[in-house]
Ligand binder design. Structure first.
Ligand SMILES: [Zn+2]
Length: 95
């Protein structure tokens, strides 16, 4: 149906996300109000922000990331052509 939406392909409109190295990750919906924090900090913030009930997050071992941080750190990408760009090792977060 993309043909009927010629402007759909612009990056800003395309909210699909991809896992270039998906083998080691799982995707979750946070289903409780228990306190749970993103493993990364937002730029300019010196605290770990909460993941809210109902929020989608990704996990690798004990590391949990909100989608915003996952995109920023390159664990997820909106680049649909990621598979053509060759392997890029996922960045590890310094603790
Ligand atoms: Zn985050």
């Amino acid at each position: 149906m993309e043909d009927s939406f010629p402007d759909y392909k612009t990056r800003e409109d395309d909210i699909r996300v991809y896992f270039p190295h998906h083998e080691e990750w799982t995707i979750h919906i946070k289903r409780t109000w228990e306190k749970q924090y993103c493993y990364a900090k937002c730029p300019g913030e010196d605290y770990f922000h909460a993941i809210l009930a109902g929020e989608i997050y990704i996990q690798r071992g004990d590391e949990k990331y909100c989608l915003d941080c996952a995109l920023r750190h390159g664990f997820l990408t909106q680049d649909r052509l990621f598979w053509q760009r060759g392997p890029r090792p996922p960045k590890k977060m310094p603790m």
